[in-house]
Design a protein around this ligand. Structure first.
Ligand SMILES: C[S@@+](CC[C@H](N)C(=O)[O-])C[C@H]1O[C@@H](n2cnc3c(N)ncnc32)[C@H](O)[C@@H]1O
Length: 230
């Protein structure tokens, strides 16, 4: 069967056609989301993430071993996570033996994800944000973690996050994200990705906040705060 036969066969199959229409519709929906991002209120964003929880409840993209190695190597006690969804990373890391972590707080915009935690570990504290995290809700801690989260922010919100990181003076910041080196326009992308910056710019901006890159593994970038303050 030729390539075009294969395609037309696929397109005319009754159970598949609605699925393709649905996928096309979703592609267009994500572009509309990108376009509307700046004009939406915090509450609008929460409502959309709550709906995303209903449609796509499974979100598990993180490299757990990178965080386990980091925690083991540094002996951190308090972890502040942003965008940890239902806490799968926390659940997996906290299930490891002989870790120093005493408290892992996960702040997420999606109330439904926060209210459906993956662990009942007493060290895990899930908190649903009531406003953007950079408007004052992030506490201090030994390690700040955001996996597959920063790509969902606008550039301007990423600047807000950088400021919050600088103010909280986290000694270590661990970011995991599928960014390219140079950044990209996510137009047409099937997912709520928005950030235009790539890793080069993210590293530059972290440097400006006094954080230097101390570890890189696939799409995981770990930064340490320059204690001398410059
Ligand atoms: C693709 S999921 C990644 C979940 C998890 N960290 C992982 O690596 O599997 C993106 C996460 O970022 C959260 N998120 C997106 N924008 C956010 C924001 N402005 N503030 C807090 N959380 C946000 C979403 O609710 C979701 O939990």
């Amino acid at each position: 069967m030729s390539h075009s036969d294969l395609l037309s066969d696929l397109a005319t199959k009754k159970p598949i056609r609605p699925l393709l229409d649905e996928l096309q519709w979703m592609h267009e929906w994500f572009d509309s989301w990108r376009e509307a991002y700046d004009s939406m209120s915090f509450e609008d964003h929460v409502a959309i993430y709550d709906e995303m929880y209903r449609v796509f409840p499974e979100q598990e993209h993180h490299d757990t071993s990178a965080v386990v190695d980091l925690v083991r190597g540094t002996g951190v006690r308090t972890v502040v996570e942003l965008g940890g969804w239902t806490g799968t990373l926390a659940a997996q890391v906290l299930s490891e033996d002989t870790l120093t972590v005493t408290r892992w707080t996960n702040f997420d915009i999606c109330g439904k994800a926060i209210r459906n935690p993956d662990t009942s570990d007493h060290r895990y504290v899930p908190i649903a944000l009531t406003d953007w995290a950079w408007k004052g809700s992030l506490p201090t801690g030994d390690l700040f973690v955001a996996t597959h989260m920063i790509e969902h922010l606008s550039n301007s919100h990423f600047f807000g996050l950088l400021k919050a990181i600088r103010v909280a003076e986290y000694p270590i910041v661990h970011l995991e994200s599928p960014l390219t080196d140079d950044g990209q326009d996510w137009n047409g992308y099937f997912g709520s990705h928005k950030l235009l910056f790539g890793w080069e710019e993210v590293c530059n901006l972290m440097n400006i906040q006094d954080y230097k890159l101390v570890g890189e593994r696939d799409s995981c970038f770990t930064f340490a705060r320059n204690k001398s303050g410059g």
